[in-house]
Ligand binder design. Structure first.
Ligand code: 3PG
Ligand code: MG
Length: 384
């Protein structure tokens, strides 16, 4: 993969694809700027190396070619401007002669363009006409073959930014040469979303710890009652196959042994601890229980390498946060290499104030999972 070490940027206009797809409050203010801060080292390096101008491009949400004002990048340009201590104007058009003045400018949401998600070559050519060279630092969007992440990279001298480089190197490192024991923690709602990751770790991990609602298809496959728990029907066969593979491969695939139940997905529901995993009718499992949390934490703390993706329960509801919190604290306490995938696990770490206590917190959700699964990311491959 070509990096900033391979690209001459001095005196050049540099087109930089970033992933600024960040959460906002009702007034548009950015509520988590980790992805914006993640791009700062690349922007600083390009400016230090004498780039004449940085033209940033990013997407927000999925406007599907419509100019939805709620998905404007203006609030994001404002936050970037604060971080850079610089005015960052937003360019409304792709006309090179209409680019605003300024050392750093941000193009309006690339997904306002109908051709963006189709990797339209004509749109890619319009992007390319804005600059001399192209840098992709949008790791979180590197699994998309879109005009701004893929097409344009074929038209200009191109390289990976430092964030994308670090993400790829760290995540590859876990697969290629992990310090043992390697422990993977896989949680979240759907086993079908995570089965590729589980499969990858069945070959490499010493233990896989399962949590979140995706444990219910496993329990159903084992013949347990799941009550009213969220249990993905398509997941049952997938879970059964994973259990068989784990047994055949000698990988320890661990499931919860106790749960915390509620009657509904809300913070004020009646909360009942369950010693065991057979969920009665009318109840749903919303967190792993304390014995499970303690057992998982012991595995995690003793690991040489940890990969964590997905919460153990409904951590956004206070009565069901303990399992995810125990895992987050164990990951923070582990002295080995700890890598946390983006999305919900990142939000959980932030909720418990532990973001700075892990080796690497990925800015990519889907992208980090696809990389772990061993898939080639179009936005990465095109830079090789
Ligand atoms: C993300 O937030 O997952 C990335 O920015 C990619 O966004 P997308 O899933 O809409 O392509
Ligand atoms: Mg996504």
């Amino acid at each position: 993969m070509r990096t900033l070490d391979d690209l001459d940027v001095s005196g050049k206009v540099v087109l930089v694809r970033v992933d600024f797809n960040v959460p906002q409050d009702q007034d548009g203010r950015v509520t988590d700027d980790a992805r914006i801060r993640g791009a700062l080292p690349t922007l600083a390096e390009l400016r230090e190396k004498g780039a004449a101008k940085l033209v940033l491009m990013a997407h927000l949400g999925r406007p599907k070619g419509e100019r939805d004002p709620a998905l404007s990048l203006k609030p994001i340009a404002a936050r970037l401007g604060e971080l850079l201590e610089l005015d960052v104007p937003v360019a409304e058009s792709l006309d090179p002669s209409a680019l605003p003045d300024g050392e750093v400018v941000l193009l309006e949401n690339v997904r306002y363009e109908a051709g963006e998600t189709k990797d339209d070559p004509a749109l890619a050519a319009q992007y390319a006409a804005l600059a001399d060279v192209y840098v992709n630092d949008a790791f979180g969007a590197a699994h998309r073959a879109h005009a701004s992440t893929h097409g344009v990279a074929t038209l200009l001298p191109s390289a990976a930014g430092r964030l994308l480089q670090r993400e790829v190197e760290t995540l590859h490192g876990i697969l290629a040469a992990p310090q043992k024991p390697l422990v993977a923690i896989v949680g979240g709602a759907k086993v079908t979303d995570k089965i590729g990751v589980i499969d990858a770790f069945l070959d490499t991990a010493d233990a896989i710890l399962i949590g979140g609602a995706m444990c219910f298809p496993f329990f159903k496959a084992q013949g347990h009652a799941v009550g009213a728990s969220l249990c993905e029907e398509d997941g049952v066969a997938v879970a059964r196959r994973a259990l068989d593979d784990a047994a055949a491969k000698g990988c320890r695939l661990l499931l919860p042994t106790d749960l915390v139940l509620g009657e509904s997905f809300s913070a004020d529901t009646t909360v009942t601890p369950l010693d065991g995993v057979d969920v009665p009718d009318g109840q749903m499992g919303l967190d792993v229980g304390p014995r499970t949390a303690e057992g998982y934490a012991a595995e995690i703390v003793a690991a040489g390498t940890v990969f964590w993706n997905g919460p153990m329960g409904a951590f956004e509801l206070e009565p069901f946060a303990a399992g995810t919190k125990a895992v987050a604290e164990a990951v923070a306490a582990c002295e080995g290499t700890t890598v946390v995938g983006g999305g919900d696990s990142a939000a959980a770490l932030a909720q418990f104030g532990l973001e700075s206590r892990v080796t690497h917190l990925s800015t990519g959700g889907g992208a980090s999972l696809e990389l772990i699964e061993g898939k080639t990311l179009p936005g990465v491959e095109v830079l090789s």
